[in-house]
Design a binder for this molecule. Sequence first.
Ligand SMILES: *Cc1c(COP(=O)(O)O)cnc(C)c1O
Length: 436
Amino acid sequence: MRLWPRENAPVIERGEGSWLIDTRGRRYLDGVSSLWVTLHGHGRPEIVRAIAEQAARLGHSTLLGLANVPASQLAEKLVEIAPDGLKRVFYSDNGSTAVEIALKLAYQYRRLSPDPAENGRTGFIAFRNAYHGDTVGSVSLGGIDLFHGTFRDLLFPVEFAEYPYYYRMGPPLDRGPYRDKCLAGLEEIVARHAERVGTVVIEPLVQGAGGMLTAEPGFLAGVREICDRWGLLLVADEVATGFGRTGRMFACEHEAVRPDFLCLAKGLSGGYLPLAATLTTEAVYERFLGTPGNPVTFYHGHSYTGNPIACAAALANLDIFEREKVIERMQPGLEHFARLLKERIEPLEAVGEVRRRGFMTGIELVADRSRRTPFDPALRLGKRVILEARRRGVIIRPLGDVVVLLPHLSFTRDELTTLVEVTAASIETACAEVRP
Ligand SMILES: *Cc1c(COP(=O)(O)O)cnc(C)c1O
């Protein structure tokens, strides 16, 4: 907070397509999709219209004891496009609560089991470097000390397994065997705590806030297999990876994985309004029916749950995906982006690794490439890079010394080129500042 007033950050007033415009009329390319939410650009007329029309019709009505039209339609649509087996939808308004709801449902699911051996399996396994949101339950599942360490005493205990990402650990390792080692490690934890853990929570394919850490292919499917073998529920937190970010609609599709819970937020409304959904299976749903003599309630509800305006925005967002065949039509842009990163970013002296799944990209800056040594954190190199990019008209964000790029799915080839060129130049300029 002490440094913030000196930064003289732009005050954004308007958005146009891939661009943000501040109060002084300066234009910036939105290189992180306004923190991973915008999908098809700012000011999309279809979404704006859907919001205006819905606001005129009905601004809000509670989902406690009532239904509303857009929330019902959206639930049907989400079930249609989600991985098979996810049949039920529970709304909230942000990614942290989407996860919070999944973990409370998973917990109560065990408590409600007619089998006493099951009742104790209320514990969770998450992954090192995981990020699942900022509410206390989601923070408990978080594995990033910088974000989560302060609150440790407030958190419930969780077992942490290794995500198969190893760049910072030193000498190169063989990828396949390392993935298998991580899977074996997970299974060991499961076996050791078999009578009290019941749920695994994962960011499929990419740990976003952890630094765009990409899992080895096959890991997610392997985690699902372990869950099946041990009767564990799998929560897929696709708050970041959902809605095309990895090149498919959902990251789980890459490995044909069917989770027991799917958490969605960020891109759900196309980046227009706060909205989240936690999807689950018929089996979980049915347990909450209780018995005829003893019905059950899941005590969790937010005032704005299933807000009709937000749901109308989400319906318009999904309609764009369908009508414009977004996933299919973004593929050439993705290839162009991948080629640019290879040609312009990877060769840079200070770049240790470029990690990418679809458009989710992390550029790891290192002081010494051969030894993988980090820069002194006091140099705040990542921050310097993004400030330099801002001077050059591009908004990007650092996660420590990882520079994150996350273009809208609708960026043109020229905009993708600008994003990568400006990032490359900003890395070079920032490094020249800190290197004598
Ligand atoms: C951003 C994020 C969240 C939290 O979402 P909010 O809407 O910011 O609360 C949860 N999980 C993942 C994987 C995220 O990237």
